[in-house]
Design a protein. Sequence first.
Length: 615
Amino acid sequence: MLHESLSLYSTDEAFTLEPLHAPASVARHTLVFVRRATTATKNGQSQSTQIRIDAPPAPTLAQEPRVTVYGVIGLLALNSGNHLIVIKNRLKVAKLFNCDIFRLSEHEIIPIAASSSATLSPTQIADDDAYLAMINALLSSGFWYFSYHTDITKNVQRLGVLGGVAENSRIWEHTDERFFWNKHLQAPLINLAQSHPDTDISAFILPIVNGFISFKQLSYASAKISLGIISRRSKFRAGTRYNRRGVDSDGNVANYVETEQVLSVTTIDGVQRVASYLQTRGSIPLYWSQLINIRYQPKLVVSDGNISLQAYRKHFHGQIAQYGPQIAVNLINKKGYESPLGVAWAEVNAKLNDKNVRYIHFDFHQECKGNRWDRLSKLVGEIEGDLIIQGYTTVDATNPPVGGPMSLHLGPKQQTSVVRTNCMDCLDRTNVVQSVLARRVLPMQLLEFCGGDGQFDAEFESAFKNLWADHADAISLVYSGTGALKTDFTRTGKRTALGTLADGANSVVRYDSFDLFLGNFTVNSLAASPFTEKPAPLRAILLPAGLAAGLVILLLTVLLLIVVSYRGIMYYGTDFVDRPHLVKWNVLEPEILPISERPSQILSHKEDFELQKNK
């Protein structure tokens, strides 16, 4: 399997990784990353780091400073050379088939090259700082998972078909490409492993999955069970809300996530029985976009159905090959802003005319308005026949004679199709429907494994709801930033222009982070900085200036009116004082007062003249 812990030695000449506990069955090698000043190649790419294989480790190595790391994420190429990304800490989140699953909790990015700042321009140094900030933020998000002894890029059903993962397997060779997020960063090690198949280099190559994994230990009918969710986000067409929508020419869709609910029960004789129910989500598989502006709902652009048909066909043919027949549940509104997408989807699906794709349009907001979640039973009833045929997967796992991963055997049931759910963002509405479908199948699995009456107690019900709520938050945070970016909506109940602008800025940073991490963008030291802003068009300067000038003029006009009105009221104050109505006020009485204190209304012209002269 893979190396679980490594000693990282640092010298002036190299960084060296030595396995702490290498299996006796394989030769013990070290990876040496040679440090040297960085120079750019003719195409502007940083010169590749020299990676050397040493076996056994040099005797003097133990005298050098070292730290313990728990895996290599990969190598990141920047203007200043390659950077080694390692796992500094991890958190165990689950155990499945006797294999621990971990979440990345701390990482470190280490520059391999000798100091090269003298050869870099200030712009290149600033760019590298920006790149590092992006990757640090992305890896610190808390949604990265890995395992040393099983392939978590594969769902339970696919692992069952394969009989598990062999102890001497080169895991990276058999991963599901969609969910092997750090394959680009691991490319130098993969190339080395392919050119040196007689070494254990593959044991250093650790696939990382982006998504959500969480398990809860519960009791049901006197049995101890483990209930969890494993979600895997596809790296293809990865991006953020509004910036990445729809399908591409290869049939990949934005925000595609494979989600399985996993139930595990261990019998008295030590057999682990596992049930899995699989669902998928993904953006509407058409060519469509939303032109981002400061409005809450950007302009919706939907391409002609004939243009989308080929990509639509590729998407569903790929899904059918992976999971079997598709039950495509569309939850967007049938009227208003979202309706053009529903019309276009129905037209394209009719042209596809594939019996393995069943399309259902369920207007979630209309059907469930007023928090009428019970109305979801209408949707479940509509697809109940398909769900019965679909079923779920069961796998039995037995311990091998000498420890390690369990041997897997498919049970009597296998899931034969999948429900593919979407809304506009494939988030809130999709989360609700997926949890309802998962809740529907759970009593059947419990009855098969544990007996009982299929009813949940309050603790079990609460754990189920919290599990799916945590899952919903995790999936939403990566794609939309909800919770971190929508504070104005949380506090006021409505979006503000300022919140929308902040949302857009943060979304762009996260979008760029994906492209850099996945290798969609590679740093070229000969090219201009990608962060150089193009001159803004004149209207982008004049329109805000005109708005600001108008506001200033408006405020000054209002202020002037307030001041003039206030001074006038104070000067003619007696006009605003009530007087007796029954007995006429004797205006001569004030004559006993000094002229300067008499009301202005009763001064004679002569007295007024004297008063002004005295002033």
